[in-house]
Design a binder for this molecule. Structure first.
Ligand code: PGA
Length: 248
């Protein structure tokens, strides 16, 4: 049985003191969660978060990783550096990285492969833009993105991957995909994965929904058969809201 996974994506928020405090508030509220609980924090908060989650059921995540083990890549962080901080999950290919930092399907693939090879688990983000949705290109876009992200990845490594389907128009906008729309698009993604790896592996893959998922709509989204978790931005910055999502 696969286990649902709810991950907070803090983005570029919270200093060390705020990190310590937020995790302290979250921990007791999520201790009985049925799902896996992850917080993906800024690099500079990893050490603080690592200490704060000790003895809790919260797992540590980062928000990006480079594909090279080391070298002249100013501003980047390697998988081994993350492992040294006891990071378990890393987000790759978030739409903000694709939009503002030139991330492509190829770089997402390279980062994913390096992270897996080093022993990290990866949350691979995909999702269509508003104009792509409005012009009926959603399926084409997510299939291209999932095939691109998975290129050259062995079937045995699929269990180290979580896919986050995040329609870009729903991120930080308060506009959520309807549970049915999210479910339908995730079914399309899963079908593409089935073509690559077969039915058993595709069914075992956890696919999250992300995009304005919050305390109010989480239970409805999580009730959909194709949705195996959530990647939570804004609502992950408030302990009570995040806990409500986790305890959907
Ligand atoms: P949001 O962000 O929940 O604030 O829409 C989700 C994400 O970007 O992962």
């Amino acid at each position: 049985m696969k286990r649902d996974i709810i991950a907070g994506n803090w983005k570029m928020n919270n200093n060390n003191a705020q990190t310590k405090e937020l995790i302290k508030q979250i921990a007791p509220l999520v201790k009985d969660a049925k799902c896996e609980v992850v917080v993906c924090v800024p690099f500079t908060d990893l050490d603080t978060a690592r200490r704060a989650i000790r003895g809790t059921n919260i797992k540590l995540g980062a928000q990006n990783v480079h594909w090279a083990p080391k070298g002249a890549f100013t501003g980047e962080i390697s998988a081994d550096m993350l492992l040294e901080q006891k990071v378990e999950y890393v987000i790759v290919g978030h739409s903000e990285r694709r939009q503002y930092f030139g991330e492509t399907d190829a770089s997402v693939n390279a980062r994913t492969k390096a992270a897996i090879a080093a022993g990290l688990k990866v949350i691979v983000c995909i999702g269509e833009l508003l104009e792509e949705r409005e012009t009926g290109k959603t399926a084409e876009v997510v299939i291209r993105q999932i095939n691109g992200a998975m290129a050259g990845i062995e079937k045995a490594d699929l269990k180290k991957i979580v896919v986050a389907y995040e329609p870009v128009w729903a991120i930080g906008t308060g506009r959520t995909a309807t549970p049915q729309d999210a479910n339908d698009t995730i079914a399309i993604i899963r079908k593409a994965v089935r073509k690559l790896y077969g039915k058993t592996a595709a069914n075992a893959l956890r696919i999250q929904y992300g995009g304005s998922m919050n305390a109010k709509n989480a239970s409805e989204l999580m009730a959909m058969p194709e949705i195996d978790g959530g990647l939570i931005g804004g609502a992950s910055l408030k302990a009570e809201d995040f806990a409500k999502v986790v305890n959907y």
